[in-house]
Design a protein around this ligand. Structure first.
Ligand SMILES: C[S@@+](CC[C@H](N)C(=O)[O-])C[C@H]1O[C@@H](n2cnc3c(N)ncnc32)[C@H](O)[C@@H]1O
Length: 352
């Protein structure tokens, strides 16, 4: 889709290898040190678990690599992704050319970007997906798989398969769809359905449209809309989804998103948000630490939010919150490598 010069490619390959090393070698070493320090005790909070590592050089090195290699990936002044794309505006335009006038795409240049979104460069992505025309391309490169047994995009394909096991749906809305990583597999899983992905970021939507132009499916459409105020009619979808959106919202907006997804689903329709959640103290310490190190500003408070209560307060019944396996074997407690604690948040709008 887009080619870099050799130095940039070599640097980016080094960063990607280091990320693998971090997830598959440094993380198990950190776990071993934590277990040795805990000496059979089970700390009862994330804070108590973290205190065991307060003077650990292994933990500091783990945290440094997590934060600063991600920063270098995007923002190294010479070989970072942003600098490489800035040097090649024609290449960016070429890569996105198929989005121009695409039947898969509806843009809204007047759409207001919410203040919470501009406040944080999430994932350390400069400008948070609305800063530059190449933001979608940059996000695509960045969103690679990080442990040895996961295929690229596997989590999203497995999510679509999970949904397909639950029934047939005719109108599906995928909120915060990014470049379509979730929406495209859902549209393929439900070929008879009309599937709409909505997103704030124009550069991501353009990339989604390019992908749809290249390989379909024909039943998908991407629109620039705020998921908190979509403008779609009440009850106009029988399935509303999102992947990795909730933890990127302040708590008040999580509640507003649940209210909007409830409003949009038809009586008896389903809402399924796929996100992260972990309350086991040691892993909670790590995931909330990851949030700080990777500018996931809203994740810690989302992780501690009572989502059962929030889903019920929004009006849902048959509320279910359950772990989700983004690859084979990853929810086994003995899984040795770093992973995000993927979790499904589902509810149904009552028939009456
Ligand atoms: C972590 S990304 C996930 C993208 C995609 N669902 C995936 O799993 O690859 C979260 C996405 O939500 C989008 N987003 C955040 N707030 C939004 C809002 N209020 N309305 C629509 N999209 C939003 C962001 O621009 C970003 O693309």
């Amino acid at each position: 889709m887009h080619r870099f010069d050799r130095s940039t490619t070599a640097f980016q390959e080094f960063i990607a290898s280091m990320r693998q090393h971090w997830a598959n070698r440094m993380y198990p070493a950190l776990v071993a040190e934590y277990r040795a320090r805990a000496a059979g005790d089970a700390p009862d909070s994330a804070e108590a678990a973290g205190a065991l590592l307060s003077d650990s050089a292994t933990y500091r090195w783990f945290g440094f690599v997590e934060r600063h290699f991600q920063r270098m990936k995007y923002s190294d002044p010479q070989w970072g992704l942003a600098a490489a794309f800035e040097r090649d505006p024609e290449g960016v335009a070429r890569a996105l050319a198929a989005a121009e006038g695409s039947r898969y795409l509806t843009l809204d240049p007047e759409l207001a970007i919410p203040a919470y979104y501009r406040a944080v460069d999430i994932h350390q992505h400069p400008g948070n997906l609305v800063g530059a025309p190449y933001d979608g391309l940059m996000y695509l490169i960045s969103a690679a798989s990080i442990h040895p047994t996961t295929r690229r995009f596997e989590a999203h394909e497995r999510f679509a398969a999970w949904l397909a096991d639950r029934g047939r749906f005719e109108r599906v809305l995928d909120m915060g769809c990014g470049f379509g990583k979730s929406t495209l597999p859902i549209a393929r899983a439900f070929p008879e359905a009309e599937v709409i992905g909505i997103e704030l970021s124009e550069p991501c939507l353009r990339l989604a449209a390019v992908m749809a132009e290249e390989s379909g499916p024909a039943n998908v459409h991407f629109a620039q809309k705020d998921a908190l105020r979509t403008g779609h009619a009440d009850g106009s979808f029988d399935l509303v989804t999102s992947t990795q959106l909730l933890h990127e919202l302040p708590l008040r907006e999580v509640r507003n998103l649940l209210a909007e997804s409830f409003r949009l689903s038809r009586p008896g329709g389903w809402v399924v948000h796929l996100d992260f959640r972990c309350h086991e103290p040691w892993k909670q310490f790590l995931i909330e630490g990851h949030a700080v190190r990777n500018n996931e500003g809203y994740l810690p408070q989302f992780n501690r939010m009572d989502m059962q209560a929030a889903l019920r307060a929004a009006g849902f019944e048959e509320v279910g919150i359950e772990p989700f396996a983004e690859a084979e074997g990853v929810t086994d407690p003995a899984w040795p490598y770093w992973r995000f604690p993927w979790t499904l948040f589902a509810g149904r709008r009552p028939l009456k």
